[in-house]
Design a protein around this ligand. Structure first.
Ligand SMILES: [Zn+2]
Length: 217
């Protein structure tokens, strides 16, 4: 299945050659080498001792080019950018090597009404793409959002934790018991959401949780 998918991708690349989303250059995929280096990604892997998760991994600070791309991705219909962010992750070798020790990728879910409105959930899209490329399975049926909660950006950290405290739930606990989990979200701001999610993932028996985000505020 994986080989078939790679072959189809290669054939599509020949018929419809990808252009760099930043400069339009052809033949180097969705981002060319020089635009990639211009992003100055910092690719951090941070061990955490006082959190519900064990590691925090991110590509970049939430600023400049990365910020505008993520905002575009979040609020406009640009699902194609999921491929772009996946490519940034895949090209970050130290991060990929580190993540290969983990068993399963779980995206932070979006409430279903919101997903219907937007037409897609950006974290799910990147999760699927990235999972295919790195070869770690994903599962969308473990971590569930059972309530919508107020939009986090309007609240401070304490209120954010309260706001998301009962918003998430775990189904199919057996799928994560004794497993090392990558919890994926696009942006880390105060960390309230991933704290709450990691807590219930650990409670369900997961061994290690690594929070993976594109940008950290
Ligand atoms: Zn370029």
């Amino acid at each position: 299945m994986q080989i078939l998918r790679i072959m189809i991708d290669k054939i599509l690349d020949v018929i419809f050659p990808k252009v760099c989303v930043d400069c339009g250059k052809q033949g180097e995929g969705i981002i060319c080498t020089s635009c990639f280096f211009n992003l100055h990604l910092i690719n951090q892997i941070k061990k955490e001792y006082r959190k519900n998760y064990d590691y925090l991994v991110y590509l970049s600070k939430y600023k400049d080019e990365m910020r505008s791309k993520l905002l575009k991705f979040k609020f406009y219909d640009s699902a194609y950018l999921s491929e772009y962010f996946t490519e940034l992750l895949i090209r970050s070798e130290n991060i990929c090597n580190f993540l290969k020790k983990f068993d399963l990728i779980i995206p932070v879910p979006m409430y279903k009404d919101k997903k219907l409105r937007r037409g897609y959930n950006q974290t799910e899209l990147i999760t699927k793409n990235f999972s295919n490329k790195i070869g770690i399975k994903y599962d969308m049926n473990v971590l569930k959002r059972v309530k919508s909660g107020t939009t986090q950006s309007l609240l401070n950290k304490d209120d954010r934790i309260k706001n998301v405290a009962n918003v998430f739930d775990i189904e199919n606990e057996w799928k994560i018991k004794d497993k090392n989990i990558i919890l994926f979200d696009d942006i880390f701001t105060t960390g309230a959401t991933v704290e709450v999610c990691s807590k219930i993932i650990k409670k369900a028996g997961a061994k290690k949780v690594c929070v993976l985000v594109i940008c950290k505020d």
